[in-house]
Design a protein around this ligand. Sequence first.
Ligand code: ADP
Ligand code: MG
Length: 333
Amino acid sequence: MKNGTNLSSLGEFGLIDRIAAHVAGGKGVVMGIGDDAAVTALTDGMQLLTSTDMLLEDVHFRRSWHTPHLLGRKSLAVSISDIAAMGAIPRWALLSLGLPAGFPLDFLDEYIDGFLAMAAEHGVALIGGDTCSSRSGLVISVTIMAEQFPSLIARRRGAQPNDEIWVTGTLGDAALALELLESNQAIDEPSLMARLLDPTPRTVAGRALAESGLITSMIDISDGLLADYGHIAEQSRMGGILYLDSLPTSAAFQKYATPRPVFPHHLVLSGGEDYELAFTAPAENHEKINAITKKCGINAAPVGIVTSSPEVTVLLPDGSRHIPQKPGFTHLI
Ligand code: ADP
Ligand code: MG
């Protein structure tokens, strides 16, 4: 997707044509880009799930850190992750762009390539959007639409006392990568950088867990486990105990974290942007859950227990309880 033209000579409609030329159809797409509205058909008996996210330059991303291709991938991945957390099947996306004056066309071409590559990996069709000029940085807004049978949709509400709290994958990698980038430290661990710059939404596991009927609630971890499990607890009118010793971290994380004077537990508990799943399930479902996640090619680990008392606390290795003060992840600024 390259030629010598610039964005202003291309114009809004030229740009839309350029995007549309690379877009493939998809399941349920009756009419995609090109008319006043897209037309889609839901699978019989399924309901529509919709979620939207904004990504603002220098708030959610920096152009100097992301290649355009990875930014394209990530801007769709974060929305697909919300769908994974509902156990639904991602289908359609809308992409709206606010472009600063003189925005490089090469960047845009590579961005769209990345966006469409992520879309293809998850069976998503780009069916429309909006394009305008921005007076302050690149503005990206992505709307994702998905479908699922109503009885199979996973929610934040539903956790029961004594359910196990689980997380997929490892925690803290993205936040550690961000910390290293912000302090200009060299990072010779591509896997760590990829967790921040090119996250993988857990669609297969999310859907399998929801469809299994074994779980009682689910959320994706975008703001850190404490904050996101906090949402499950609040909406389920429960609390929880998270076992600090059980929180899974990657080998790369441990390599960077262990020599420090204090192990950065705060990144594991409150670091954002891991895009793993947190879910709850009765303890009797433990083995079946292990089998499902294994089949989906990922690890899942029990990291705590749901309590009927409302506070969320962290159990430290010495047996004491820590009541966290700052659960959430704040974005770059
Ligand atoms: P309108 O003036 O009715 O809003 P537009 O000229 O903005 O229509 O859009 C024309 C078509 O191009 C529509 O189908 C719209 O969804 C699509 N479109 C516009 N911008 C984008 C974009 N950034 N990505 C994908 N499709 C887009
Ligand atoms: Mg428009």
